[in-house]
Design a protein around this ligand. Structure first.
Ligand SMILES: [Zn+2]
Length: 215
């Protein structure tokens, strides 16, 4: 819980910027600073990089929903090394496609009329996909001595970060969120929840047996 104020600040700033409705100029510098700080320390958000565990940060305000999910890549993919083989690259691409369909991650009440207006997937694995592709097109030398992490990080640990932002037409029906991630990615056993909703701050743990946040 120690990082909640930082994360909430970052999420609320993102929400405010997206909404263009909370122009409290005097607070922006402070929030921006906190946001950067939180970004750089997101490893601490997980406590430790622990396979099977991910963190879910949720902000619900005025019919807007911001979600940040930080997960070890293993939970979603079954491996964490940077993809270099054609098979691994195909699996990473498939994962990105799955994650771009937010229904595979979370579900909001149909009555709330929510639309996904922004999403972002980030991971060293996704970045490596682009680099590996461009290198393959430009180089055919397999023995060069440069420090290419993709070649020698078989035992590295890497995370995946997901960001989704919804606008909901009927805020009055926006009373819960169901995590569907557990069904799609059973290697994810627990989500550590930090939420700021109209009912205040909420923490806790979500599992396949307990996948719903009510607010
Ligand atoms: Zn790991």
């Amino acid at each position: 819980m120690r990082t909640l104020p930082l994360l909430a600040g970052g999420l609320l700033t993102a929400l405010s910027l997206a909404v263009h409705a909370h122009d409290h100029g005097h607070d922006h510098h402070k929030h921006d600073h906190n946001h950067d700080h939180a970004e750089h320390q997101h490893g601490d958000t997980l406590g430790a990089h622990q396979h099977g565990v991910a963190s879910l940060n949720l902000v619900v305000a005025d019919g807007h929903v911001a979600i940040e999910l930080h997960s070890p890549a293993d939970n979603l993919l079954g491996f964490e090394h940077l993809p270099s083989s054609a098979e691994d690259k195909a699996r990473v691409r498939q994962l990105m496609t799955q994650l771009q369909d937010v229904a595979n991650v979370v579900q909001l009440p149909a009555a709330a009329g929510c639309t996904l207006v922004d999403s972002e997937l980030s991971s060293p694995l996704f970045a490596a996909l682009d680099k590996a592709d461009s290198q393959a097109q430009h180089k055919h030398d397999h023995d060069h001595d440069h420090d290419h992490k993709a070649a020698d990080d078989e035992h590295a640990h890497n995370d995946i970060e997901l960001h989704y932002h919804f606008n909901c037409a009927n805020a009055g029906s926006l009373d819960q969120l169901r995590v569907t991630l557990f069904e799609q990615f059973p290697r994810t056993e627990r989500l550590l929840l930090q939420a700021v909703t109209p009912k205040g701050q909420q923490g806790g743990e979500l599992t396949a047996a307990n996948p719903v946040i009510v607010f």
